[in-house]
Ligand binder design. Structure first.
Ligand SMILES: Cc1cc2nc3c(=O)[nH]c(=O)nc-3n(C[C@H](O)[C@H](O)[C@H](O)COP(=O)(O)O)c2cc1C
Length: 139
């Protein structure tokens, strides 16, 4: 059974809710999911998983959360190889530009990003379905 890590940072719970829906989508498609706060994840754990979902809300000025998520991402993106990756996160001030920058950064590092989902504020029914589908796609 393939094993998928859902690694996230969340300040007020919206991206955490998305992470849980992604995980449920993974499991509904028959794979094993582990939901991991980004502070507990690092490059040396990448080899233990077959694919990855990374979640981080828009923070700063259309940036990733700088204290815990960005350092983890900068280290991990270099060792993902061609393993499948999806990106997700919540926003509420702008239009989702942080995700465009994040995907560009992932592309530059050669990360195999197959899809992404953004949700305005807390995931609504449509957001929940999109997160579940994202997880299923990864499985
Ligand atoms: C310090 C800070 C910076 C933020 N910067 C942005 C931003 O640049 N663009 C945006 O659309 N939302 C921004 N937001 C809003 C958050 O992305 C939004 O509230 C999101 O739902 C938080 O997700 P979380 O509950 O997973 O922490 C910011 C919020 C905070 C607290």
């Amino acid at each position: 059974m393939s094993k998928i890590a859902v690694v996230y940072w969340s300040g007020t719970g919206n991206t955490e809710a998305m992470a849980n829906f992604v995980s449920e989508g993974v499991m509904s498609a028959g794979a094993d999911a582990e939901v991991i706060p980004c502070a507990d994840f690092s490059a040396d754990k990448v080899a233990n998983y077959d694919a990855f979902a990374f979640g981080c809300p828009a923070m700063g000025s259309e940036e990733l959360e700088y204290d815990e998520f960005q350092p983890m991402w900068d280290e991990v993106k270099e060792v993902l190889g061609d393993k499948k990756v999806v990106l997700f996160g919540s926003y509420s001030w702008a239009e989702g530009e942080w995700m465009d920058s994040w995907k560009a950064d992932a592309d530059e590092a050669g990360v195999n990003v197959v899809d992404s989902v953004i949700c305005y504020d807390a995931p609504d029914d449509e957001g929940e379905a999109a997160c579940r589908a994202l997880g299923a796609e990864l499985a």
